[in-house]
Write a protein that binds this ligand. Structure first.
Ligand SMILES: Nc1nc2c(ncn2[C@@H]2O[C@H](COP(=O)(O)OP(=O)(O)O)[C@@H](O)[C@H]2O)c(=O)[nH]1
Ligand SMILES: [Mg+2]
Length: 358
């Protein structure tokens, strides 16, 4: 694709008018490569579904209890809301008993809740309670359920030698710089960086400049790295590995074994499609990845897609990256970040409003 406009047109053709482009950026063609290869565009798009209907449904749900004419009626908050355009439809009352079920399921999926997460939640022991609960209850039960499950993931502390690994352009070097800033400014440590090429070119202009700015030495030869200890951690920057280039992953595994690097963080771009992320997680087994870092969280409308990925990856979540700013946009409170982006703002305020009326 030659231009952003062309990219948008191709996406519209492929995904329809509901596709929303969330980022377009030039990949490849850095430094000298610029002269020998034409730049490529990476486009991340999202298919937005029936947004207007979503807010309509939410409005219906919340306003119903307050206009309920019959205060004796059980659980006004369990009113049915279907896809039908007319909420005043008389038949609603009659259908209520049957159609309560799945209501919250429908509501959550309309709000862009990830389908894999929804089917996980459906298998929870308290699903029968959740599916008929008020919005406030739903938010609470799901938040508690997800937090409990998150806390049961075995947490592994990062060791003194940390490698950032993953596909090209996912934000490995940026994340590494965020760790460096954290080490230097927060932990008052003196880290160093080893840049590994291992047959694949790994341009480092930005990394070199950043290291200079924060006073960190950048090494290119593993022979020259100094003593590594708790206060002198080592961060390793790798080139990106292709999804199917298994020799790149296993090659890196060998390098990491030789250097005694235990913490092997798989960096994934959270805005990528779920299947691609899963394939990266799968490939990362060849490099014995131990942790996972999520980048481009700022470009995600919600975090629901990430829950099943994180809960089932067998990798310890280590950080969330929220943008390009290397001295900020970084959080190791992964649980908080995930929770804060699980429900759309709108649903929170609706939930809060309905909670106030109880
Ligand atoms: N919006 C956003 N951009 C990011 C984030 N992390 C990295 N980037 C950008 O993604 C691009 C590729 O990052 P880089 O660290 O060079 O990727 P690498 O090839 O994996 O080392 C750069 O333009 C970064 O500024 C993030 O969390 N959010
Ligand atoms: Mg890089």
């Amino acid at each position: 694709m030659r231009s952003a406009e062309e990219a948008v047109r191709v996406i519209r053709d492929k995904l329809g008018d509901n596709a929303k482009v969330i980022s377009v950026r030039q990949v490849g063609g850095e430094g000298l490569k610029r002269f020998i290869s034409s730049p490529k565009l990476e486009v991340i798009a999202q298919v937005v579904e029936e947004n207007e209907e979503v807010s309509e449904v939410a409005n219906q749900i919340v306003t119903k209890p307050s206009i309920n004419p019959d205060p004796l009626q059980d659980h006004p908050k369990e009113k049915v809301v279907t896809d039908e355009p007319s909420p005043k439809n008389e038949k609603v009352e009659v259908k209520e008993a049957d159609e309560n079920r799945n209501d919250n399921y429908k509501l959550l999926s309309k709000f862009g809740f990830d389908s894999a997460l929804l089917s996980d939640i459906r298998s929870w022991a308290n699903w029968s309670k959740i599916e008929q609960a008020s919005i406030a209850e739903v938010l609470k039960e799901i938040t508690v359920g997800l937090s409990d499950r998150y806390r049961s993931i075995t947490e592994t502390i990062c060791t003194e030698k940390v490698a950032l690994l993953g596909g090209p352009g996912v934000g490995k070097t940026t994340t590494l710089c965020k760790f460096l800033a954290h080490e230097v400014f927060m932990n008052k440590n003196l880290p160093s960086v080893l840049k590994v090429e291992n047959g694949v070119p790994n341009p480092d202009d930005a990394l070199r400049i950043f290291c200079e700015v924060v006073g960190v030495t950048l090494f290119r030869e593993s022979e020259s790295i100094p003593q590594v200890d708790e206060n002198h951690p080592l961060y390793l920057d790798f080139p990106g590995f292709g999804l199917s280039e298994m020799d790149e992953w296993t090659g890196a595994n060998q390098v990491l074994d030789d250097l005694g690097v235990e913490t092997r963080i798989l960096v994934v771009n959270g805005a990528y499609d779920r299947e691609i992320i899963k394939r990266y997680i799968h490939s990362s087994q060849s490099v014995n990845a131990t942790h996972i870092a999520i980048t481009h969280f700022d470009e995600m409308t919600n975090s629901t897609k990430l829950w099943p990925i994180i809960l089932n990856s067998n990798l310890a979540p280590v950080c969330i990256c929220n943008g390009q700013n290397v001295t900020g946009d970084f959080s190791t409170s992964v649980l908080n970040q995930l929770i804060a982006k699980t429900f759309p703002e709108e649903l929170y305020s609706k939930g809060f409003a309905s909670y106030q009326r109880i």
